[in-house]
Design a protein around this ligand. Sequence first.
Ligand SMILES: Cc1cc2nc3c(=O)[nH]c(=O)nc-3n(C[C@H](O)[C@H](O)[C@H](O)COP(=O)(O)O)c2cc1C
Length: 359
Amino acid sequence: MVAEKRFLTLTEMVQAARRNLHRNEWDYLMGAAETEASLRRNRAGVESWLFRPRILNDVSGASARTSLLGHSVRLPVVMPPIGSVQVFHPEGALDVARAADEFGVLQILSSVCQPDFETLAAEAPGPRIYQLYLVRDQAWMDDIIERSIAAGYTAFCLTADTQVYSRRERDMLKRHIPGSGRQVQGNDFGEQARMTWDTVAHIKERFDIPLVIKGVARADDAARCAQMGVDVVYVSNHGGRQLDHTRACIDVLPEVVEAVAGRAPVWVDGGFMRGADVVKALCLGAAAVGMGRFEGLALAAGGRDALTNALQILEHEVVTAMALLGVSSLDALQPDLLVREAPLAPPDVLSAFPLVDDY
Ligand SMILES: Cc1cc2nc3c(=O)[nH]c(=O)nc-3n(C[C@H](O)[C@H](O)[C@H](O)COP(=O)(O)O)c2cc1C
């Protein structure tokens, strides 16, 4: 793996990731389920929202600092769970933890990556969320939640869009099984398929830890989460890696924000690669934006330092977009700063980086 110098642009970060990753790992990171339509739709959605900037506002103090789940952060961005993240850089989730703490964003640790949640918490104490796949029964889940509270995790996340493991053709064509996929028999992902609203009720009743439900894709489910006291309603289609032919997550966001009606923060991920992309989601009512492939690419580009570097560039992009929109604080980001139009060209997973092959 090549040690990289400091990047000035996210394009350089993606170029470095491409150089460093073997084809199997590149496809595992960038690929999605079946025809990959959900993946392309995520990008198409993000690219379909255009800005309507205001002029002649004083934006000299523009800042994107805020707090999430009571923790102050430098950007309303989260590093979402990535299974087998260690295949992108040997230190894996530990590097993500350190870069997230160093820079000031929240990490959601996947339960199917290295190191395990207790080792990670001991080696890198800091505010963090633990995401669990229910591979065994409820008693096992309860034990893990208790141990994650004891280890200092600030919230617990259930991923609800992975009832079964999807068909990822890029991996299947090469007979490549990523580490996180090795727990799967066929498409059976343990107890995930038996998870219901009762699981949510049980966690809310039994444990005093904020609960994030990740994978919300429609208003009625979002309203039900809010009504049950879920602490974060997280709109996601797993980066297009689970159900194919879903709507773009950014397009689901407005109906979810309306349904939740301020009862819980709404987070979103899916296709957000740049600062301007993040700003669009914030305009539509998201309290935070997850950036999964961004996280994996930055890690592949050079581990902890590259991820910290990428977050600094991202912050610069966010604040630049806010200032050029005529806005200096996050609460001034409103839907009327956006309008919808057809994207310029059919988008793909790398369309946020049109210069990657040119330089
Ligand atoms: C390589 C990879 C592994 C992932 N593993 C998990 C996981 O273990 N748990 C989970 O809830 N989501 C997982 N996701 C989904 C991400 O948390 C997130 O929802 C998605 O990446 C957002 O889309 P984006 O990559 O376009 O930002 C994974 C995504 C990628 C790219």
